[in-house]
Design a protein. Structure first.
Ligand SMILES: Cc1ncc(COP(=O)(O)O)c(C=O)c1O
Length: 360
């Protein structure tokens, strides 16, 4: 491939920090870089506390565990998202209630309200997709009115704000992903943010729930092996140092696409009062997006259809759905375009030329 969708982009400090971890022999899921990484994320998004984990999915799973979600419970979740927003609900034996999107491409508050009235879920998992913010204030207000926990799946939206506040910090718990294709990466990882007391309980659950204060392994409950390693956290510390630069570049790439494709495509909106990172530039075409995808592939350029809505997945056939199925049209017409932060304007021009040729 000449151009990937969103490949890792190192700051240049990663190896130096890894070297430091090696010199101190902190090759373990403990060590000073873990604390530095957690502090840097918490400080950046202005969250009370943060916990570094092996994945964003682990963060969502821990959130449900912490809030006592189990079999017989229902959890409302964005329908237009990646499966990892939903699968932790199944890990807990609970039932997902799928909530469709509105013209913002994000969870529709009206559909959510109907689901809150009819299904009485115990929690809501709200995804902020493609680096853009959902109408999180309306959704939070609804959750408060109906006495439901709000968990934010901000896996794709680290650095995005709504009304000046970072996504991931509106709900009781929020999750960021540091997977290889995200704005920043630890080569696979996630961070859970929330109140100190919950994060301390999550820390225990993420390390097999060993009771403190005794020499032997004492367990009153079961946990998981979900911690990030100190080595991966060293990469994360170096990545957090360039977060502002990376956000500015993602937005620049989006602006180039917008300029060059203005007559050929329409783009994901940015809600008033929000500031998105444009983690991926996503566009809708009047032509079959798979035709464009194959043309790009011939030129060794990676692109991807928009998320296939959860209600269209064979896995989710039996789950309740609220909404207007607007996401079906997005899936039918949309593509994620290469958005790596090492790209320059010539790269974007090349992608747009191929698209232009394909559209005739
Ligand atoms: C919306 C969404 N939720 C959750 C995840 C899961 O994050 P991770 O891959 O770090 O487990 C991802 C990305 O991978 C995602 O895009």
């Amino acid at each position: 491939m000449r151009l990937f969708l969103s490949p890792p982009h190192m700051s240049g400090k990663e190896l130096e920090y890894i070297q430091e971890a090696f010199e101190n022999n902190y090759i373990a899921p403990v060590g000073p870089f873990l604390e530095r990484f957690e502090k840097s994320v918490a400080k950046f998004v202005q969250a009370p506390a943060a916990l570094a984990l092996c994945s964003g999915t682990a963060g969502l799973h821990l959130s449900l565990r912490l809030l006592g979600i189990g079999p017989k419970d229902k959890v409302a979740v964005s329908d237009f998202t990646f499966i990892a927003s939903l699968s932790p609900i199944l890990y807990q034996g609970a039932a997902p209630i799928l909530i469709g999107c509105d013209e913002s491409w994000q969870m529709d508050p009206n559909a959510l309200e109907e689901a809150l009235q009819k299904e009485r879920p115990k929690a809501v998992i709200l995804t902020h997709i493609y680096g853009q913010s959902a109408d999180v204030k309306s959704i939070k207000e609804l959750c408060e009115r109906y006495g439901v926990h709000l968990i934010e799946d901000a896996a794709e939206s680290l650095g995005t704000t709504f009304d000046g506040q970072y996504t991931g910090t509106f709900g009781i718990l929020g999750v960021y992903s540091f997977n290889g294709n995200k704005l920043l990466t630890t080569g696979g990882g996630g961070v859970l943010v929330g109140p100190k007391e919950l994060i301390e309980r999550a820390r225990s659950l993420a390390t097999q729930a060993r009771e403190p204060g005794v020499e032997w392994y004492e367990h009153k409950t079961y946990g998981y092996n979900y911690r990030l390693s100190n080595i991966a956290a060293a990469i994360g510390v170096a990545q957090m140092e360039v977060i502002e630069e990376r956000i500015a570049k993602k937005r620049q790439i989006f602006a180039w696409y917008q300029e060059l494709l203005s007559e050929k495509a329409s783009f994901m909106p940015e809600l008033p009062k929000s500031f998105g990172t444009r983690w991926l530039t996503t566009a809708l075409f009047e032509a079959d997006p798979l035709r464009i995808l194959h043309e790009l592939k011939k030129e060794k350029i990676e692109s991807r259809p928009l998320w296939k809505p959860m209600h269209m997945q064979p896995l989710c056939k039996e789950f309740a759905y609220f909404g207007q199925k607007k996401e079906e049209e997005l899936f039918a017409k949309g593509l994620c375009l290469p958005s790596g932060t090492a790209m320059n304007k010539e790269d974007v021009q090349m992608v747009c030329e191929v698209i232009g040729r394909c559209l005739g």
